[in-house]
Design a protein around this ligand. Structure first.
Ligand SMILES: Nc1ncnc2c1ncn2[C@@H]1O[C@H](COP(=O)(O)OP(=O)(O)OP(=O)(O)O)[C@@H](O)[C@H]1O
Length: 456
């Protein structure tokens, strides 16, 4: 939940201001509350501090609440105003709402209702501010913090766009989802977000591949035990105001999904074995290789979790769609591998990147990195050993080549049955297009047509 915090309470009765301030602080503990007893100072106070919300009395000396409402809406249109007054008149209330008041309360109204309205107004202002920051940042063509991306090498426009988007949303309290094939750089982007938003706080990874609901709950929420030394601190506690990276979110057991949604919404959690709630201060980044929409359709992923996670979504293209990057990544990983192996970096053959242009890199950047490490470890200092690359390219060609093998059971089908099955398959694959089906079967369209008519 996004909450702007600063509230100004305006009323000429100092004791009432004190009471209201204490009550509101109890109802909305995150709020930062200031008070003002002199209506003449309100506009100056608003200029000096960025208030999200003003609670305004109507009957005051010097400037009436209605006059102030108009001035505030003109000068600070992003600040919301709630009227809290002793005047119980429907016409006044209607007039105030018409002139832009967010809500209207009588001092004798239930204070819990006022608390709820204040919270809603703060959320609205918070969402507006968040949206504006994201828009401004995304529209600007330059990065303000390029250093946060220095470990991600790329010259592909699609990836550079993701840098700007991540920079724009890095401070949003909503979770971030990073989609991409294995080894496409999801964790590297999560680390950039950490560098941008909370570099001094921890970054904790929880890998959800094959995890049970109980293991997940224990790792995330921790467990309180009455036995000494048996309590376990959870990742939320350890992360503080840092980041928790939920790797492979699609594998989260269904039993744990509803609880995670509640945590993301309420921003509180209960450690296992505890009735007491604790505040969540960290941010969540989730990654997935799987198609969440398809999992949702199959009933494996709750809709509320999916929509909650997809609020901010980055999609990383696979390496086969980032051909421009192959050459820089090759050189970078050669240098990195040589450092690791304490060798001097062997020169990369000029045509190697071109030879890899059609290779699909199913393991993406991880695969390229591993190939380079293998190649460097087999190289002399004169040139890079290209055998691991060529091996992968050739293996891929072998797999792609058609395999002309059929397997039959103990009893062979007749020639007529086989040819009928082939024709049916070709017609089905070509969506009943005779020309395309004939091409697949290696016969003329008229020959196919004759066979089809004969069958009727
Ligand atoms: N653009 C890049 N430039 C340099 N190194 C990169 C780049 N992208 C990723 N890497 C490196 O490639 C490796 C794989 O990246 P990463 O672990 O972020 O991928 P991933 O998508 O999270 O993988 P997986 O889904 O398998 O966990 C890491 O060592 C990472 O540092």
């Amino acid at each position: 939940m996004i909450l702007a915090r600063n509230i100004l309470l305006v009323d000429d009765e100092a004791p009432w201001l004190r009471t209201l301030s204490v009550t509101l602080q109890r109802l909305v503990p995150e709020a930062i509350i200031d008070t003002c007893v002199d209506s003449r100072q309100v506009m100056n106070r608003l200029e000096a501090t960025d208030y999200a919300l003003v609670l305004l009395d109507l009957t005051m000396p010097y400037h009436s609440g209605e006059q102030l409402l108009e001035s505030i809406r003109q000068a600070q249109p992003n600040t919301r105003v709630i009227i809290v007054t002793g005047v119980n008149e429907v016409e006044t209330a209607v007039r105030c709402i018409k002139h832009g008041a967010y809500d209207y309360f009588i001092k004798t109204d239930d204070v819990a209702d006022l608390g709820r309205s204040v919270r809603r107004a703060l959320e609205v202002v918070g969402l507006e501010r968040n949206y504006k920051r994201i828009k401004d940042s995304f529209l600007s063509k330059t990065l303000s913090r390029p250093d946060a991306f220095s470990h991600i090498l790329t010259c592909e426009p699609a990836v550079l766009d993701q840098f700007r988007y991540l920079e724009a949303i890095a401070f949003s309290p909503e979770p971030i989802l990073i989609e991409g094939e294995s080894g496409s750089g999801k964790q590297a982007f999560a680390q950039s977000c950490h560098l941008l938003s909370a570099p001094d706080a921890p970054f904790i990874t929880i890998n959800l591949a094959g995890i049970s609901a109980r293991q997940f709950d224990k790792q995330l929420y921790g467990e309180l035990s009455t036995e000494p030394g048996k309590s376990v601190a959870g990742a939320i506690h350890k992360a503080g105001s840092g980041i928790i990276y939920l790797k492979e979110i699609a594998e989260l057991p269904r039993e744990s999904q509803a609880k995670l949604v509640e945590l993301l919404e309420q921003k509180v959690y209960f450690p296992l074995g505890s009735e007491q709630s604790y505040a969540v201060n960290c941010r969540f980044i989730a990654s997935t290789q799987a198609d969440l929409l398809a999992l949702n359709k199959d009933g494996k992923l709750r809709s509320d979790l999916m929509y909650r996670l997809r609020g901010h979504k980055l999609s990383l293209p696979p390496l086969r769609e980032r051909r421009l990057d192959i050459s820089i990544l090759l050189n970078h990983f050669v240098q990195q591998a040589a450092n690791e192996l304490e060798l001097s970096p062997p020169p990369v053959p000029a045509n190697l990147a071109t030879q890899l242009q059609d290779y699909p890199f199913p393991g993406n950047i991880n695969e390229l990195k591993a190939m380079v490490l293998d190649a460097v470890s087999r190289s002399s200092s004169v040139t890079l050993n290209t055998a691991p690359f060529m091996q992968a390219v050739n293996d891929c060609k072998d797999v792609a080549a058609p395999v002309a093998k059929f397997s039959f059971g103990a009893e062979l089908p007749t020639l007529a049955e086989i040819s009928q099955a082939l024709i049916d398959e070709a017609m089905s694959r070509s969506a009943q297009n005779q020309t395309a089906a004939a091409q697949m079967l290696g016969i003329s369209q008229s020959a196919l047509s004759r066979r089809l008519t004969k069958d009727k």
